[in-house]
Ligand binder design. Structure first.
Ligand code: DC
Length: 225
């Protein structure tokens, strides 16, 4: 059967990764969470006291970073590894949330991450979510989705996700963080978040995860057949 590339872009906390993971599982495709790559790089900078605004630190970090994903298809998980260490449990803390958009706005860091993401494209059969996947990473993808949701609903989802992870959080802090990240992600000079001209908009505010998955699978099957 024909295999395609599916891109899912959108604002923070719209449920992109949840959707991408489910669709990939249904189609037996590879799922790539590109945000996890920027998060892992941010974690590396923080952990090693490096400054992403200093070009020498950026060069040093990128020379030393090797990223991989470890998939467990039965559990439906994809963990990110940096230099062999699984750091999936560490990249969603507020310390990373707070800085990741600044780190992801640096040109050299984006070039590094995009090159890593494009390595996945050789075999097709990929679902990748992020901010610039349909516009920059895979501009020729067969199915591009721009996911949106009501801002208050996004705060609520993020809050519940962090509570599930056992983190202490405050809704106001989350709201401010999402607003700040959306602003930086849409206003940065290098590949800002925007809807690709040929992307379809999906607003999932009032959809269950199953409903949104069925819509996307319908679109995907149209392209595959
Ligand atoms: O999807 P996420 O919230 O895990 O992404 C974390 C940050 O990484 C987000 O604020 C913007 C950045 N990012 C990006 O600039 N480009 C991508 N393709 C994915 C994420």
């Amino acid at each position: 059967m024909k295999k395609i590339i599916i891109t899912i872009d959108g604002y923070s906390s719209c449920g992109k990764s949840t959707l991408a993971k489910q669709v990939a599982k249904e189609l037996n495709y590879v799922f790539v969470d590109s945000g996890a790559m920027y998060r892992a790089i941010t974690f590396y900078f923080i952990q090693n006291n490096l400054n992403w605004e200093n070009i020498e630190d950026v060069a040093k970090a990128l020379k030393n970073i090797s990223l991989q994903f470890e998939y467990n298809y039965e559990k439906g998980t994809s963990d990110i590894l940096i230099n062999g260490e699984n750091i999936e449990g560490k990249i969603r803390d507020m310390s990373v949330n707070d800085k990741v958009s600044e780190v992801a706005a640096i040109k050299e860091i984006r070039e590094f991450a995009v090159a890593e993401q494009q390595k996945n494209s050789t075999d097709k059969g990929i679902v990748m979510d992020g901010r610039d996947i349909g516009t920059v990473v895979f501009p020729k993808a067969e199915l591009k989705i721009f996911l949106t949701a009501d801002p208050e609903e996004r705060v609520e989802r993020r809050y519940n996700q962090l509570i599930r992870f056992g983190k202490e959080v405050d809704r106001e802090e989350i709201r401010k963080n999402l607003e700040k990240r959306d602003y930086i992600d849409t206003h940065r000079k290098v590949s800002p978040l925007r809807k690709a001209d040929d992307a379809v908009i999906l607003d999932n505010t009032d959809l269950t995860t199953k409903e949104q998955m069925d819509i996307v699978l319908g679109w995907a099957n149209e392209k595959i057949k």
